[in-house]
Design a binder for this molecule. Structure first.
Ligand code: G3I
Length: 322
């Protein structure tokens, strides 16, 4: 039979995973696939664990949305990729730019101690810091950076390591897939700096949101992974989707999409440190793309009626032959 995680594991990866968002939880057809452990060996909450969901007002923690997704993994035995502790987006308004360095240090520590503490032992990995670097290679001017400079990243990883010592600690970002741009170079330098300051960073998550026909080649992907392999023990594609720019996609467009997905899967298989691939949801029904990029989409492996696309069978064939 044709199943993603089963063949990904046979090919030597740790998992093939998917993001799951809370609105999908009451969709039985969806959940049957999401909970199929031969299909997906790992689950990532698409929104449930983010700061705006877990600590929307200071010191008041709520885990309902995150737990609802984490419980799937608990029940099925799937790995849980936890996402994300410190990010400029979906950051509640109270985490503003008005804090001193000391105050921000305490705010971050309290957030991580509570949230990572709540999920302690459940997370295969935590995306500790998300999207801290801009495309031009400068550090993103978010409230944490404004208060602490790059020390906020070191601090976040140190607190995460103390709080959940067995979780793999990841830095996660987009546009760091195709070798080599200013953002990749800056990310590499930032990881070195933070590790030199005494923090543990186990992995780099390359999100992998891309566009059909413009997606990176296996060679470009492998070149980046060779560079990142110098500074971390693990690499993963954490949020793969490959969107069409014109809808509806033609059969030829979907063949191209299949090729583009294969470059990513092939690169991961050939990179010694690449442990797994996560798609940023598996069906177009719940994809974030149309909400963000009007007129674009159909980026997932299943369409909105739960038909598998050519990319699905291509990936399974590649995994089977690996
Ligand atoms: O919860 C509110 C709801 O109350 C309100 O009625 C509704 C109206 O807009 O919005 C809801 O919030 C939405 C939220 O998802 C929860 O569904 C936000 O508008 C929407 O912007 C938000 O989008 C999420 C996005 O992150 C935010 O940047 C996507 O679902 C989520 O898939 C996406 O995931 C990110 C990763 O975390 C990091 N990498 C990029 C990736 C794609 O943007």
């Amino acid at each position: 039979t044709c199943q993603l995680d089963k063949w990904a594991k046979a090919a030597g990866l740790k998992y093939f995973g998917t993001a799951v968002d809370n609105p999908a939880l009451n969709n039985q057809g969806y959940m049957k696939i999401a909970r199929d452990t031969d299909e997906f060996g790992s689950i990532t909450p698409a929104n449930g664990q983010k700061w705006s969901n877990t600590e929307s007002s200071q010191g008041r923690f709520s885990y309902g949305s995150g737990d609802a997704i984490a419980n799937i993994a608990k029940q099925t035995g799937q790995l849980l990729r936890c996402h994300t502790l410190v990010w400029y987006n979906q950051l509640p308004g109270w985490v503003s730019s008005s804090y001193s360095k000391d105050q921000m240090q305490r705010i971050i520590a309290t957030h991580i101690q509570n949230v990572a503490g709540h999920y302690k032992g459940q997370c295969y990995a935590w995306d500790v810091v998300n999207e801290a670097v801009e495309d031009d290679g400068k550090m993103r001017q978010n409230p944490m950076y404004k208060a602490m400079g790059i020390d906020y990243i070191t601090h976040s990883f140190k607190i995460a390591a103390q709080t959940d010592p067995t979780a793999k600690l990841y830095y996660n970002d987009f546009n760091i897939e195709r070798c080599c741009n200013a953002k990749i170079n800056a990310t590499y330098d930032m990881i070195k700096t933070v590790k030199a300051a005494g923090a543990r960073i186990d992995g780099i998550g390359m999100q992998g949101h891309s566009r059909v026909g413009k997606s990176p080649s296996k060679k470009e992907l492998k070149d980046t992974m060779a560079k990142f392999s110098q500074v971390v023990d693990e690499l993963a594609y954490t949020e793969i989707d490959i969107r069409h720019l014109k809808l509806p996609a033609s059969a030829a467009d979907n063949q191209q999409q299949a090729k583009d997905y294969l470059e990513v899967v092939g690169a991961c298989l050939e990179a010694p440190k690449c442990v797994g691939i996560t798609v940023w949801d598996f069906t177009d029904q719940y994809s974030w793309i149309p909400g963000q990029y009007s007129g674009e989409g159909e980026a997932c492996l299943w369409d909105r009626s739960y038909n598998k696309k050519p990319a699905y069978s291509s990936i399974v064939s590649l995994l089977q032959s690996a």
